[in-house]
Design a protein around this ligand. Structure first.
Ligand code: HEC
Length: 148
């Protein structure tokens, strides 16, 4: 009985450690990054639509979030993390170079815009057309149950 209890404790501890290690490359970690992406896009959309006043710092912050998130996102899809995410298509692992290229395109377009910051709401709207196309291109190819 005592051995069984110890075994159970070890199993539970092991499970906890496994979960902690799996924090990268899970649906939750991917989803959290993409929610940051969505938040940044939302901030730019509010300015483009005139719901919020143009604010250069806010525009730069949103673009920086997009650039930095796009940079780290593909690392969430490492070898051995192919299963268990209802939102990630197996095509990601089959076409990893293309997946990375789509993330890199968003990163580079965001960086270009940071260097030449849009100066008014209309400029932010134009920037969103470019960036939104980058989001959509990847979602269409690699996100399951896409809306955009
Ligand atoms: C390189 C590919 C790629 C790019 C570029 C990309 N996404 Fe995603 N996005 C994904 C994938 C894959 C998922 C599904 C991730 C998951 O849940 O495991 C996703 C999911 C999302 C979600 C849902 C998150 C959730 O769980 O609620 C939002 C919101 C989102 N993306 C917004 C954006 C926006 C906005 C952009 C552009 C600024 C963008 N994405 C660019 C691949 C990408």
């Amino acid at each position: 009985m005592k051995v069984k209890a110890i075994m159970a404790a070890v199993l539970v501890a092991g499970l906890g450690a496994g979960l902690a290690i799996a924090a990268d490359g899970t649906h939750d970690s991917r989803s959290a990054l993409m929610k940051k992406m969505g938040g940044a896009a939302g901030a730019l959309t509010a300015i483009a639509k005139g719901e919020k006043p143009y604010d250069a710092d806010a525009v730069k912050a949103a673009l920086t979030t997009m650039s930095e998130t796009a940079k780290v996102f593909p690392a969430q899809f490492g070898p051995g993390t192919e299963t268990g995410d209802p939102a990630a298509s197996p095509k990601i692992w089959e076409n990893m170079d293309d997946f990375k290229a789509k993330a890199a395109k968003l990163e580079s377009n965001a960086n270009t815009l940071i260097a030449q910051l849009p100066t008014d709401a209309a400029g932010v709207g134009n920037a969103l057309k470019t960036l939104g196309a980058d989001c959509g291109a990847c979602h269409q190819a690699y996100r399951i149950n896409v809306k955009q």
